[in-house]
Design a protein around this ligand. Structure first.
Ligand SMILES: O=P(O)(O)OC[C@H]1O[C@H](OP(=O)(O)OP(=O)(O)O)[C@H](O)[C@@H]1O
Ligand SMILES: O=C(O)c1cc(=O)[nH]c(=O)[nH]1
Length: 224
């Protein structure tokens, strides 16, 4: 794959701002300090970003695919296979693979317990250079589990891209330990900056959102 990314920094900023605006318009981001959400890792948070909603909005999902495609062309120009992480990463991976004319695979969280018993679906060889796509990174546990399966199958993991990352210290540590790079399209700081600049979050909720991010495992729900 050749690197033909012409996206300037300004255009990238415009695109990420557009995507954040569109995510807020479809209410994909929820802030609920008194009734918090539990994440896949077990972490409790006042913020939830439901990127699964994006698949129902063609313009938004196309903006996401454009952004992810540009990231991959720039960061991982030698990729030969795009991998979607089950389940929410799969549709985005499919649209990106289509845009790049690259093969698609997807990786289950666990091997199937019937049929072929596979964890990785699709064709993968030991010569392949794989970029994994997950919709969202909190601790990175899901995508790094998928990356481990790809490595165990003998292929090379070039890196991970995601639509969003909370940019949590857990993820930084986990990606470092796995010697895997992560490039998200959007992150928590960009989101909070947008919400603050556009007065879409009360000062109290903004402080709460920051307090959670500073110490997510010890954050306590706000009693009302
Ligand atoms: O970085 P992590 O701590 O692993 O958390 C993020 C993962 O959690 C969510 O998936 P979930 O397990 O809810 O499953 P789904 O994709 O099937 O909805 C999300 O889609 C990511 O895959
Ligand atoms: O970590 C998670 O499980 C998670 C967090 C979030 O905001 N959204 C989501 O879909 N999953």
């Amino acid at each position: 794959m050749t690197n033909t990314d012409n996206t300037s920094n300004t255009n990238t900023t415009d695109l990420t701002e557009t995507i954040i605006t569109e995510l807020l318009a479809i209410k994909a981001v929820k802030v609920s300090p008194s009734k918090p959400f539990q994440y896949a890792s077990g972490m409790i948070s006042p913020v939830y970003t439901d990127l699964r909603m994006t698949i129902s909005y063609p313009e938004l999902r196309q903006h996401i695919a454009t952004g992810l495609t540009a990231l991959i062309k720039r960061q991982y120009p030698n990729a030969t296979v795009i991998a979607g992480v089950a389940t929410a990463g799969i549709p985005h991976a499919a649209w990106v693979a289509e845009a790049l004319s690259l093969p698609l695979i997807y990786v289950r969280s666990h091997p199937k317990d019937h049929g072929t018993g596979k964890q990785i679906e699709g064709a993968l060889s030991s010569k392949d250079h794989v970029v994994l796509i997950d919709d969202l990174i909190s601790t990175g546990g899901s995508v790094l589990g998928a990356a481990k399966a790809v490595s165990a199958a003998g292929a090379h993991v070039d890196g991970v891209v995601s639509v969003f990352s909370y940019d949590l210290p857990d993820a930084t540590t986990n990606f470092e330990q796995a010697k895997t790079s992560l490039t998200p399209l959007l992150d928590y700081h960009l989101l909070l900056e947008h919400l603050t600049n556009h007065h879409e979050l009360s000062e109290t909720d903004c402080e709460l959102a920051k307090a959670w991010h500073n110490d997510p495992w010890h954050w306590q729900p706000v009693s009302m």
